[in-house]
Design a protein around this ligand. Structure first.
Ligand SMILES: [Zn+2]
Length: 525
């Protein structure tokens, strides 16, 4: 049984709160989706807004290797001929080889939302499908609210999909538009349609409002659906759509379907993260298969077991989905996790007892000061390099100064930082303004260093967190700052601890930059 993957990140996904793809973003995502071997890419709704029109214009230049581009739309309006319907016309004019149109399956929606008769709705479905077929398009019919409609009036819901099938729809996707179904309801609905339309190729379009988007999709496949609609990272309206980055490995690794090649599957983590980046969303660490924590191990027993045999605490090998095992260093963990962590970071000294002890001592000392290397791997790696005496500083701080001035009348805050650094024997003084003291320090530091290290221009700070770690000490309490940075290739986190917020931020900031320079140099060597 051949499973076809139909991605709607660019259409349904773009309807999610906080997401706005430019036509250029859509082009980038479409290329990624094609690379990973998806079969259909729904690009948007031509004629509905200028951005989607622009995308379909641009997309004519896309050279897709695996995927067919799909335009979305609805069945014709009531009371007119399909040939006169502007939205169907826009689909044809968009130049795509395939169309996905939705129609009503729920009688209440027909009479209340569309305000037409049940008969006219069936005619709208029939006319629209056969019109698009007469224009030589592949037609996927989305049966909107199918499962809710099926529950309310199952004879009518079946009539609507039969109308699409008889008019020549190539595939019929049954939609849980409100996303509230449970797997058993999906199974029952799909089985009924299979009995009624034995020749039809069926699909599933699930939303995640009951937390069952993926489960419902898999249930539908088991019941006989072979077309799967979903989005990368499950982005979509409300609680999102069924997440293809979870569905694909489940089908391939657990259910025995060959949906994409093994090599394409290894791009999964990368595509998940790049879609988050393009969408400007913080990636979900706990996302199955592709999340940063999906293969993270903490705590002595787990870690020593994983180091001996990874299957003890991992359901699949992270490599097959392009993710990686992470060993979290914390006071919970002993020698084996420091060693394993170092292996993961390709720091080979495990046979060197003195080096191992030096690192353990350094970790313990830092932990006493309030450091926590959990989630701050870049700082850990720098600590190891420094403990082993292998780290060569890229710059040396002479001093820094931060000034904050508040203008009483204008209620304006002016923040300025000055840093004095020595780089390759040359002393530099640089000043910069910022939105706050940390931002001003960051700006001054970069301004001082960018002329020596131009790659810093490609690095951005993406997150900044502060925790108070010794609340009993009153104002002398220490704070721990975590700074997350990224460039085109990687994402890394550094940490700083001090009784002074600015100093803790400075320490984390400096390590963020040190790590960036360190990894770039290592890559070159
Ligand atoms: Zn949807």
């Amino acid at each position: 049984m051949k499973i076809l993957l139909f991605d709607t990140t660019l259409r349904d996904g773009s309807q999610a709160e906080g997401i706005s793809f430019s036509p250029h973003d859509k082009m980038r995502i479409a290329q990624e989706l094609d690379r990973i071997g998806l079969h259909y890419i729904e690009g948007g709704w031509p004629g509905s807004n200028p951005k989607d029109n622009q995308f379909f214009q641009d997309a004519r230049k896309l050279k897709l290797k695996n995927a067919r581009l799909v335009a979305f739309g609805s069945t014709r309006r009531k009371g007119i001929k399909a040939a006169y319907d502007a939205n169907l016309k826009a689909i044809i004019e968009s130049g795509v080889p395939a169309a996905c149109i939705f129609g009503k399956s729920w009688d209440m929606h027909v009479t209340h939302a569309l305000q037409t008769t049940l008969e006219e709705n069936l005619a709208m479905i029939r006319d629209s499908v056969s019109y698009l077929k007469s224009k030589k398009l592949e037609v996927i019919y989305d049966a909107e609210h199918f499962f809710d409609g099926f529950r309310a009036n199952h004879a009518y819901a079946l009539k609507t999909v039969a109308a699409a099938h008889e008019a020549g729809a190539d595939m019929i996707a049954l939609c849980d538009t409100n996303g509230g179904c449970l797997p058993t309801q999906i199974t029952a609905g799909v089985q009924s349609v299979r009995r009624a339309l034995p020749g039809a190729i069926l699909g599933i379009h699930a939303h995640n409002d009951s937390g069952c988007g993926v489960a419902n999709t898999l249930a539908a496949v088991e019941a006989g659906c072979t077309l799967i609609q979903g989005t990368i990272n499950g982005i979509g309206e409300r609680c999102g759509n069924a997440d293809l980055t979870v569905i694909i490995p489940n089908l391939q690794l657990k259910m025995g379907y060959k949906v994409i090649s093994d090599e394409q599957l290894r791009w999964l983590t990368e595509i998940a993260r790049s879609v988050s980046e393009i969408a400007n969303l913080v990636p979900n660490d706990r996302q199955p298969y592709v999340g940063n924590s999906a293969f993270a191990h903490k705590g002595g027993i787990h870690v020593s077991a994983v180091s001996r045999h990874s299957a003890t605490y991992e359901h699949v090998n992270p490599d097959v989905v392009g993710n990686q095992r992470r060993i979290i260093v914390s006071e919970l963990s002993g020698k084996s996790s420091v060693l394993l962590k170092s292996n993961e970071l390709r720091l080979d000294f495990s046979k060197d007892k003195i080096a191992t002890q030096a690192i353990l001592d350094a970790v313990k000392k830092r932990e006493m000061e309030g450091y926590h290397f959990e989630g701050a791997e870049a700082s850990f790696q720098l600590l190891v390099e420094k403990a082993l005496g292998r780290y060569k500083p890229y710059f040396e701080l002479k001093n820094y100064h931060v000034g904050l001035e508040r203008d009483g009348r204008h209620e304006q805050m002016i923040c300025e930082a000055t840093v004095k650094l020595s780089v390759r024997g040359r002393v530099n003084v640089t000043a910069a303004k910022g939105d706050g003291p940390v931002n001003a320090l960051d700006n001054a530091l970069r301004r001082a260093l960018e002329k020596f290290y131009p790659s810093l221009k490609g690095m951005t700070l993406t997150d900044y967190k502060v925790r108070v770690i010794d609340a009993t000490a009153g104002t002398a309490a220490k704070v721990r700052v975590l700074i997350e940075s990224r460039d085109k290739k990687d994402e890394w986190t550094t940490t700083g601890v001090s009784t002074n917020l600015i100093e803790a931020s400075w320490l984390a900031l400096v390590e963020a930059i040190e790590y960036k320079l360190f990894k770039d140099m290592r890559r070159m060597s």
